[in-house]
Design a protein around this ligand. Structure first.
Ligand code: DAH
Length: 339
């Protein structure tokens, strides 16, 4: 019996020595030391021995078990050590290699200036609304009190899709759409793309951007209009910027005005940018015409309001000193990278 025990031990130790991973080791452990393992079977067989031989045999079996167990432990540790060394080698990173620089995009100057304008109006409690670019004649003209024979309705100026549908020529139609949806108080700006059938040159583009403003509530006055726009200009171009209002005419406001800011390039002394006047026209504005309120289902006896509309392209060019609107739309990456 001692011989058989010896044989089992040698066999076990040899296969442990050859094992390549911990799964194989576990199989070996089960084969020899498991419940149905060879050594366990052997212990069971000891019942047949004469009682005097049992203690000696028991000691031998235990010794064999211990030697197999410690061989398993040692081999296990060796395998773990090796795999750690291998992993460390595989995962080595050369931190001295130069990194790959990803090409980062940037915001278009129009977007940057729009974000700034939006922030300023957010700060004064305005919300942003939007309207469709393909618009009904009704919203673009009719409901804004622009009569049928008005020059703006000429096909020379407007892209018509059919008799009733056109590409909006300004963001003002959103005024009516918002009034239809919402009762006062209304306090919104509407940024968006507008279209006019203009030939392209340094100051004209068939597509450009406007930002509309509309405030309607009880007791809104021209003073509110001036206050809001003055704060806007100062936050946009600097605290020292002054504004002035000139009388003007728009069909959808009464009274109407145009607002100038003093030229930020020459601070009002007069230069090429302001055509030596010291002033730059920034926007159109006025008190919402009572007829327009009625088109929007708002009672002009209860409510008054003001509106304004400005060209985003124009303001962007002023902010960055760009003198040609085409640069904003050609998207030459060498130009855009400068912002
Ligand atoms: N819609 C006008 C335009 O395209 C701009 C404008 C002027 C908008 C006065 C207004 C306003 O809301 O009150 O030229």
């Amino acid at each position: 019996m001692g011989d058989r025990l010896n044989l089992i031990q040698q066999e076990a130790l040899a296969s442990i020595e050859q094992a390549k991973d911990s799964n194989v080791l576990e199989e070996i452990r089960i084969k020899y030391l498991g419940k149905k393992g060879e050594l366990t079977q052997f212990l069971r067989g000891m019942g047949k021995l004469p009682p005097s031989e049992r203690p000696i045999m028991g000691q031998l079996v235990n010794k064999t078990r211990r030697s197999i167990e410690s061989a398993l432990t040692r081999k296990n540790e060796a395998i773990e050590r090796e795999s750690l060394i291998k992993r460390l080698k595989d995962e080595t990173i050369d931190v001295t290699l130069p990194g790959e620089k990803p090409q980062l995009g940037g915001l278009h100057p129009l977007t940057k200036v729009l974000n700034k304008i939006t922030d300023i109006f957010f700060g004064m409690g305005f919300n942003v609304a939007e309207g469709p670019e393909v618009e009904l004649d009704y919203y673009n003209f009719e409901a804004l009190n622009i009569p049928k024979n008005h020059p703006a309705r000429d096909t020379q100026d407007t892209f018509y899709i059919n008799e009733n549908v056109l590409l909006r020529t300004h963001t003002s139609p959103a005024q009516i759409r918002v009034m239809e949806q919402q009762q006062p108080p209304i306090k919104i700006i509407v940024p968006g793309r507008v279209y006019r059938s203009d030939a392209v040159d340094a100051t004209h583009s068939p597509i450009f951007y406007q930002i509309e403003g509309l405030v309607i509530d009880k007791n809104i006055t021209m003073g509110d209009l001036k206050g809001v726009l003055d704060i806007f200009i100062k936050r946009m171009f600097g605290e020292r910027t002054r504004t002035r209002f000139r009388p003007h005419h728009f069909p959808f406001t009464e009274p109407s005005a145009e607002m100038d800011a003093n030229c930020t390039a020459c601070e009002g002394r007069g230069c090429r940018i302001c055509s030596n006047t010291g002033w730059i026209e920034i926007l159109g504005a006025g008190m919402v015409h009572p007829k327009v309120l009625e088109y929007g289902n708002i009672d002009p006896n209860d409510y008054t309001g003001f509106a304004f509309g400005m060209g985003l392209d124009r303001i962007t060019n002023l902010v960055y000193g760009i003198d040609d609107i085409r640069l904003l739309y050609e998207n030459d990456i060498r130009f855009l990278r400068q912002f």
